[in-house]
Every structure is written in C-alpha cells, then in structure tokens.
Design a protein around this ligand. Structure first.
Ligand code: LTN
Length: 341
C-alpha cells in the first residue's frame, strides 16, 4: 500500500473461462480473493473477451463462462459484498482498451513473454487480439479506478505494463487514471504438476493425471494423487531441489490443512510416500467438498446465477461510466449533447 491507497481500496481480478480450473488456481488465486473481500471493494470478472484470442467452440464456451461465474460464487465470493460479472456485459472494457492501445507501443507488446509463448503454441492463429491482450487487461483494471490487483507471477509483467500505460496517459492528460499496485498473496501455495513437479500445475497440461481440477470427483482426486510422481529416495523431507514431487505434496497438504511445513514434516516423518499421497488427497477432497456442492447448487439454478451476474454487471457499468466520462473528457472527445469544453 502507498499513501494514495484509501481506507476501502478497490480490488479487481479476473480469470479466463477457458476450461475447468485446477487446485493451483484455487490455492493461488480464488481462495485468496475470498479473503480480500473484507474491507475492500472487490470486482471479480469472468474475462470472456480475453478468451476469444484463442478459438472457442460457442456451445462449450457458453457453458465455461457460466461455470466460471458459478465457481467464483462456490469458492466463497459473496455477491452481496463484491461485484461478480462477465466482461462482455460491460462494453466499456473494449472501448477503453481501444483508447489505451493508442498509449501503448508495439515494442512493449512484443516484449510480453505470455504473447511470445502463446504465439509459439498457436502458430496458425497469431491474431491481433492475442497481441493486444495486455491492453484489454489494462482496460479491465483501469476502468474501475483499481488500487490493488491480486496477480500471480505470470501476470506481473502485464500489471507492470498497465502501470506504464496509466502513467503515460496521466503524464499527457493529467491525473485521470488510478495507477494500480499488485497484491502478492501471502502464503499462496504454488501448486506444481503432479507428473512433472518441476513445472507449475496448468489447466492445459498434456496428461490429465498431471492436474487436479477443483471439480474433480473425490475418487479421481485420490487416483491422481496416488499416481503422483515422487522419487526413489524413500524419505519425506522438504527439498525442492532433489525431491520436487514430495515437496509439492507437502505444500499441497499444508495449503489444504492450514498447517505449516514444520507441522507437515513432524506429521509425516518416518512415513512412506503412500501415506503422504493419500492424506494429501483426503485433505484436498475435504476442502473441495463444500465448494463442489455449492457449485452444483449455483449451476442448477440458472435464474439465480443470472440475477447475480446482472446485478454485478450493472454495478460495474455504473463505475465504468465515471472513468469513461473522465477519459472522454481528457481526450477531448465531443459529448453527445454537443457541448464543447
Ligand atoms: N490475464 C489474466 C486474466 C485477466 C486479469 C485481468 C487478471 C484478464 N484481465 C485483470 C487480473 C486483472 C490471466 O490470464 N490470468
């Protein structure tokens, strides 16, 4: 926090509706968002427009969007406290992104590591949207006068660019845009791939066994943990370098039970890997059980979900209008009533 952070800071975060989320997303993002609601004005967005940078099947995509919104709620985002909404329901995201693109240099976008990565992976569809993705992200954040953005490591560069764009705009047009700060969650576990524990757990990993989804059924969760790759040293120690698989399981157990690493090591010392795997699976299953049942409830009650999203979008549009008014004014765009200022 810096001096410009008010008593009730505005927080914005988002995820793309591009498939099911993993327990890595849960421990690294969603669970921390829930805790942020206290004392802050939070907006949690399903960024469907961002997801269009990769080709989506419309039928499946529609389900994923609703799933992700329901999952936010299931994880404990309280729609009475926070705005939960879909990005495309607030057209100002795209409008502001256009304007901000004129404050963004091509060279800056070329340096984004996520762009370079994705352009590699989707060689046949390196579209302009993929390139300007970080500008839309900047618009998401700057539209709401956001003070704080919880982001993972992979999004730090995008947030840095958002700050540069805001500062550049303000440097030319005066203090219009709030310059956001990152929130690095304390104690957010970095969950790694169960099959290759040197890599971050990803929802797009090749092997299904590599990732545990928030909505996986308990039997499948147990199976995935039982098949987790460890090592042949046969001793439970916390040694990321030489025993990354064991270290990952220990970290997940800690994240799921709320214990620290010392407690984990004394709990599991003199045990075999089998017990570590099963107990980690059990802890994860127990933690996810209420999330899964709330997800089912929200997903089965479409009118209730639609109502929450409509209220969230309305709230978001109201806030966005304030920023857009200032931006239009700063840029010298003519107001509809024809008044020149
Ligand atoms: N790029 C992010 C999703 C995202 C986001 C945002 C996160 C889009 N807009 C604004 C924080 C703030 C991702 O892929 N995780």
């Amino acid at each position: 926090m810096n001096e410009s952070t008010p008593a009730r800071p505005v927080v914005f975060s988002a995820a793309q509706p591009t498939g099911q989320l993993t327990i890595g997303n849960y421990f690294g993002a969603l669970r921390n968002w829930v805790a942020l609601q206290e004392g802050r004005e939070c907006l949690f967005c399903v960024v469907d427009l961002h997801a269009l940078t990769v080709r989506q099947d419309p039928k499946v995509f529609r389900e994923w969007i609703a799933d992700l919104a329901a999952l936010y709620l299931a994880c404990g985002i309280d729609p009475e406290q926070s705005a939960v909404f879909i990005q495309s329901h607030v057209p100002a995201h795209a409008e502001l992104a256009w304007m901000l693109s004129t404050f963004t240099q091509v060279g800056e976008l070329e340096r984004m590591t996520q762009f370079k990565d994705k352009a590699q992976r989707h060689k046949t569809n390196v579209n302009a949207g993929l390139f300007t993705y970080p500008v839309l992200m900047a618009a998401d954040i700057l539209l709401y006068g956001t003070h704080q953005v919880p982001v993972g490591d992979d999004q730090k560069q995008h947030l840095e660019l958002t700050r540069d764009i805001a500062n550049r705009f303000n440097g030319i047009h005066g203090p219009v845009l709030q310059v956001p700060e990152p929130i690095i969650a304390k104690g957010a576990a970095r969950v790694r791939d169960l099959q290759d524990p040197t890599k971050k757990m990803s929802k797009t990993a090749a092997s299904e066994l590599a990732r545990v989804m928030i909505l996986d059924d308990p039997k499948l969760i147990l199976k995935k943990f039982k098949k987790a790759v460890t090592d042949s040293l046969g001793e439970i120690r916390y040694d990321n370098e030489n025993q990354p698989g064991v270290a990952n399981l220990l970290e997940i157990w800690c994240a799921a039970t709320g214990n620290d690493m010392d407690a984990a090591l004394s709990h599991f010392s003199h045990n075999m890997y089998g017990k570590l795997k099963v107990e980690t699976a059990e802890a994860v299953i127990a933690l996810l059980e209420p999330v899964q049942s709330r997800f089912k409830q929200w997903r089965e009650d479409e009118p209730a979900l639609a109502k929450v999203l409509a209220a969230g979008a309305e709230q978001a549009r109201g806030r966005a209008e304030v920023t857009m008014g200032k931006v239009h004014d700063a840029l010298g765009l003519m107001v509809e009533s024809g008044r020149f200022e």
